[in-house]
Design a protein. Structure first.
Length: 106
């Protein structure tokens, strides 16, 4: 897989997780502006992830692994959450699934 695709996936995941985090914060604090900005960022995620020209199922199947990793890392380092061992285990399973989608049946 080209390095550019990995970069696009990471950027898309940061946009998606960041947009959702803004919406979450806006809903909890009553900040409609945060919610609106979050919507805009989520739209940017949709454009970014689709810059990789793969079949849709393969594209999102592989992307889900990157998204899951970025989500857990955001929870740990941005929101200072304690990540349960089973969450890490589940993350490994999701990443393994993405790798099967990417490299299987060549």
């Amino acid at each position: 897989m080209p390095v550019v695709a990995w970069f696009i996936f990471v950027l898309a995941a940061v946009l998606e997780v960041g947009g959702d985090a803004l919406i979450r914060r806006g809903l909890r604090s009553g900040g409609l502006i945060l919610i609106a900005i979050g919507f805009g960022i989520l739209g940017c995620y949709g454009i970014t992830v689709n810059m990789v020209r793969w079949d849709f199922s393969k594209l999102l199947g592989v992307y889900v692994g990157v998204f899951a990793l970025v989500s857990v890392l955001f929870g740990r380092f941005v929101f200072k959450e304690n990540i349960a061992t089973f969450t890490w285990l589940g993350l490994l399973l999701i990443i393994a699934g993405g790798l099967v989608i990417q490299f299987g049946n060549r």
